[in-house]
Design a protein around this ligand. Structure first.
Ligand code: CP
Length: 299
């Protein structure tokens, strides 16, 4: 466990260990606890794609553990003058930075691991491939609200290109649950015939008897020219709203990794409903990242 690139690299016991550690960083009133045990450690956040939750929660998590945090400003860095990302990270190694949280459009993290000596890498999102820390916080949210097994889970929305869903699947398939997916078939091509999930094209049918419903953002930035989606039509067929939630189990939880396109994949009333645990996910993101930093600094 030197680097965290994908959830499939962790076994069930390692995932449970991280989730249990994360739970210890939240007190019985739901407050995140500070434990400044790493005053000599330095982390750098390198986000080459936009982020609000992941970047900020890593910063808070690191500060809660007593670390120093450097938020690398990609657009005002020497990368703009032509320096490579590798040379940038080697410079950070020489400056004494121990760990790099990296979000990048491409799969560059594996080569960077090969070509650097001491830096610990944690993926903060790798193109359309992987978002392991989001996967862990989603598992933590399900574990704390419903238990990690014996749930009927629905993931609805834009599944292809979703690194959140890929990582979620890599994590949740360690545990016994039934997983259904739903969405526009042009945005769910990878999962129409999957052995891991059942595809249900009708959202009204898909939400019935569900304990956990996760909405996913329509990723306009990753849709290519071959696919034409009418957003009004899409919202009519695939939006999760409070009327639909009534068809699910009464204590069903509603999740979404954020950012939410309100009025498209999720209505405001669903977001505000008692079923919604979207804000718990955000809070759990800090605890999970504290657990990850603790674990990777200690091994
Ligand atoms: N869920 C997620 O990765 O959010 P950000 O893009 O805001 O980090």
């Amino acid at each position: 466990m030197n680097h965290l690139v994908a959830l499939k690299d962790l076994n069930k016991e390692e995932i449970i260990e991280l989730l249990e550690l994360a739970e210890k960083f939240i007190d019985h009133e739901g407050k995140i606890l500070k434990d400044p045990i790493f005053p000599d450690k330095k982390i750098v956040n390198i986000f080459c794609e936009p982020s609000t939750r992941t970047k900020t929660s890593f910063e808070i998590a690191a500060k809660n553990l007593g670390c120093e945090v450097i938020n690398f400003d990609y657009n005002f860095s020497s990368i703009i003058k032509g320096e490579t990302l590798l040379d940038t990270i080697i410079s950070f190694e020489e400056m004494g930075i121990d760990l790099c949280v990296l979000r990048h459009t491409d799969s560059v993290i594996h080569n960077l691991i090969e070509d650097t000596k001491k830096m610990i890498f944690i993926s903060g999102g790798e193109g359309a491939i992987s978002h392991p820390t989001q996967g862990l916080l989603d598992l933590m949210t399900i574990k704390s609200k419903k238990g990690i097994e014996n749930n009927n889970i629905l993931v609805a929305g834009h599944l292809d290109h979703s690194r959140v869903f890929k990582s979620f699947l890599e994590g949740i398939t360690n545990f016994k649950n039934n997983i259904t997916v739903c969405g526009h078939k042009d945005l769910c091509k990878e999962y129409l015939d999957s052995s891991l999930v059942s595809f249900e094209p009708d959202l009204e049918k898909a939400v019935r008897d569900k304990d956990v419903i996760m909405g996913l953002r329509i990723q306009k930035e990753r849709i290519n020219e071959d696919i034409t989606i009418n957003i009004d039509e899409y919202s009519k067929n695939y939006q999760i709203n409070s009327e639909l939630l009534k068809l699910a189990n009464p204590d069903c939880i509603l999740m979404h990794p954020g950012p939410v396109n309100k009025g498209i994949e999720l209505s405001q009333n669903a977001y505000d409903s008692e079923n919604s645990v979207i804000n718990d996910q955000v809070k759990n993101g800090v605890a999970v990242r504290m657990a990850i930093l603790t674990k990777y600094f200690s091994t």
